[in-house]
Design a protein around this ligand. Sequence first.
Ligand code: SF4
Ligand code: SF4
Length: 508
Amino acid sequence: MIAQRPLGQTGISLSVLGAGTTRFLSADLRDSEGLDRCAALLARAVRYGVNYIDNAFSYAEGHSEEIVARLLRLVPRESVHLAVKSNSGSDPTADDVLRRVESGLRRTGAEYFDFLYLWSVLDAEQLAFLLRPSGPYEGALEAKKRGWVRHLLVSSHAPARDAAQIVDCGAFEGILLSYNLMSRAETGPVIDRAAARGMGVLIMNPLGGGILPQNETLFSGARLPGDASTAEAALRFAASRAGVTCVLAGLAGTRDLDQAIHAFDGWEPDDAERNAREKAASSAASLPGLCTGCGYCRPVCPLGLPIPEWIQSYHQKLLRLPRELYGLTEPEEIERAAVLGRLIQGFSLLPASGESPCIGCGKCASVCTQHLPIPQRIAELYTMIRTAHASEADRRERLSTLLRGHGFRRVAFWPASGTTSFVLREYRRFFGEPDFEPLFFDSSPAAGTLDGQPVYGPADLTRLRPDCVLVASFRFRKVIREAVEPLLRPLGIPLLCLHQDGDAPWVF
Ligand code: SF4
Ligand code: SF4
């Protein structure tokens, strides 16, 4: 049987293994029989003792709630704890959150949800947006008052300093965090902080999005005697940190379930095992040539450069990466997107130019605990940045084609980020002051500003009626397109994308 642990102060105990609903195979999501197979897989997990089923309306290509409905025909409602999720991009107001929960109840047939997540909070600004008057958090409180949900949780992909604010705000009873062998140095302290505040902690992404099992040998040092595989070691590692209640495993099929059950059936670590796992994980993450994030190099750099973040971004290059990433299929492009994606999204380090500021003095390498060739790696990183930097001629041509000669009076740039600032700076450099009014939009406007101008949200589209929306982000272009296109269609506003499929990101 799978052990259960208390979820913070909710009074609920969850199985150490929770069932994710994001990774079902597309082939199983095409017809009713396939959806039944997914539900049967979850029911089998429940029979093994799994009592937490993760769920969000968009998971499983939008079928997650339908699968949960089918599951509830196979197992009693009270045998599982169910989640519903609301994201501020799609549900920016309190009323939107209520509608989302109501729709989830209708679609699943569950009489209530155990947990409502305000989902995928990316930074402190988004937190402020959630907590503003009449914002999503008010909707969440109302859903709880109505008995539709029982506990309010949050899921976060924020950098550590912003995640600490999410923990400290005191609005949530638990937090779902991405934690694995690769992210332990960044996320571990956030887990400790949340646990110290009495919050429940759930873990997503314990296998690093598949990177850990794909790099079995590289991370094999994380295995302890008795671990059947690196994947099993990774799952147990995630569940071994004090304060963690439940680790979510994505279930694409019986193989995933069997692996997860094998990892957790009858397993609960004692202090000696917890320590051994942390030690093994730290040695696994430092082989071969991986930065452990110890930070010894930081104070010796005469320029104060962000060396650990750079080197940890460079790590992506050493890993076996998926065959498709952000719509890219060329291995070299995937590698570049993975490295730069981590640099920009993981650490918010947007290079000002392709010229490396490192002077190659080597002081960092002389103190590196892992003896890494830091200056060489920084040089390689900047070569990638330069390569990904679309040529000036290309940038000029793309901006001219998209924005000039169409008679646009108002252009909405989405999202309100550093990329958008750069795009506008480039426009001014190439063509002078625009003959249109730039407006900044974001799915999470968070009452913020960009370059001194207000940031608007989806609800402002009708009022402001831009002539077009330009999606500037590379990494989030698909997500933004999917979220924004349905809003624009009834208004007849065209959607333009700075990056076409196959483009290198505009990294600057
Ligand atoms: S080699 Fe570069 S990163 Fe290292 S200490 Fe010198 S300037 Fe800083
Ligand atoms: S000293 Fe080496 S291992 Fe430690 S943070 Fe710096 S680069 Fe990483």
